[in-house]
Design a binder for this molecule. Sequence first.
Ligand code: 13P
Length: 251
Amino acid sequence: MRKPLIAGNWKMFKSLDQVGTFADDFISRVLDIENTDILLCPPYVYVQSLAQACEGTQVMVGAQNVFWEDEGAYTGEISALMLKSIGAEYSIIGHSERRQFFHETDETVNKRLFASIKADLVPIVCVGETLNDRESGKTFDIIGSQIRQGLEGLGSDMADTLVIAYEPVWAIGTGKTATPQMAQEVHAYIRTVITGLFGKEIAQNMRILYGGSVKGDNIDSLMAQDDIDGALVGGASLDAASFERILRFKG
Ligand code: 13P
């Protein structure tokens, strides 16, 4: 019913040469994969060349962030329209590293969300609790409020392409993965919140990705969960063979 989506978030890694080498190797490895959507999100500066390398294949390219104005005197920022014009199809919004290091808030997530939809970029809105939130029993409260505030004002007519990524902050880059059961519990909760906001049909069709130390050896058990519809993969997406293994999950 929901086509899985597996996205690589390269964060701030790779040189232009390394991007080219990755693309040559990776594309030939995954050309036969049809039942999963494949997305690569490189740093902004490589979006265009990677999109060109992937042209004519099913591999899609997205950005790791997006600014909310179309154009203007905003030194250093990149608009959704610009990204769309160079071949991006998706944008990651509100990643916890942006929340942690660049003062991203639910309000700015909301602005980036509307700009993405307007430019026809599919938004991947990231939510997740810190270790402190989890240990003090606030996981659901935090996730619920990130979703309600991040998606504020979004109508059901605009919510149908939206993707949510659940990335517990304590599991990112730490080697600590949420157990499949822990992730499933939060994904099911997210679907309940989405049902409340947009109704059952949209919630049932919405893809909810898990992110946080996803690797070849844990993807199968994660994807076997009812409400996990894909993954947002950091470190393990930088290597073509290890990302291919994740894309060939069983479950
Ligand atoms: P890791 O897979 O490196 O833990 O990163 C997860 C992530 O932040 C993806 O957006």
